[in-house]
Design a protein around this ligand. Structure first.
Ligand code: AMP
Ligand code: ZN
Length: 118
C-alpha cells in the first residue's frame, strides 16, 4: 500500500531509527539528516517517514509533500543559508542521479550554486 515501510529501503530504516544518521530536525511526519557525502557546506536530506519512491508519487499526499518542503526551509533557516540562497533538489530516476528510491529533498546551501545544475 502507498506509504507503507519497505523492508529493503535505507531511508525507511533511517526514519525508524534502525540505521543511524545525523538528524538535525524531526517532526511527526518527516526526518532531516545530514547527507553522508555532502556536496556543499550545508547538505541535508529531508524525507517523509512514509515510503514513496519519488517526489511525484509523494504528491499523492499533498500535505506530506508540503511538510517536506517546509522542513527544508526550516533547516535552511537553522543553518543560516536563506541568504544568499539555497536549493531544494529532488533527483528523480537513475539517469538524474537518484540512488535511493524513497522520496527525499536535498537541501543544499552555504556556497555559490551555478545554473544550470550539472
Ligand atoms: P539521490 O542520489 O538523489 O538518491 O540521493 C541519495 C543521497 O543519500 C546521496 O546524496 C547519498 O550521499 C546519501 N546517502 C546515502 N546513504 C546515506 C546514509 N546512510 N546517511 C546519509 N546520507 C546517505
Ligand atoms: Zn522507504
Amino acid at each position: 500500500m502507498a506509504g507503507e515501510p519497505q523492508a529493503d529501503c535505507l531511508f525507511c530504516k533511517i526514519a525508524s531509527g534502525e540505521v543511524p544518521a545525523t538528524v538535525v530536525r524531526e517532526t511527526a511526519t518527516t526526518v532531516a539528516f545530514r547527507d553522508i557525502n555532502p556536496q556543499a557546506p550545508t547538505h541535508v536530506l529531508v524525507i517523509p517517514r512514509a515510503h514513496y519512491p519519488d517526489a511525484a508519487s509523494l504528491a499523492a499526499e499533498p500535505a506530506l509533500l508540503a511538510d517536506v518542503i517546509r522542513e527544508a526551509g526550516e533547516v535552511a533557516a537553522d543553518e543560516k543559508v536563506v541568504a544568499p540562497g539555497y536549493r531544494i533538489v529532488f533527483n528523480t530516476g537513475a539517469g538524474a542521479g537518484q540512488t535511493v528510491f524513497h522520496a527525499h529533498a536535498h537541501l543544499i546551501g552555504g556556497r555559490g550554486l551555478e545554473w544550470p545544475p550539472g
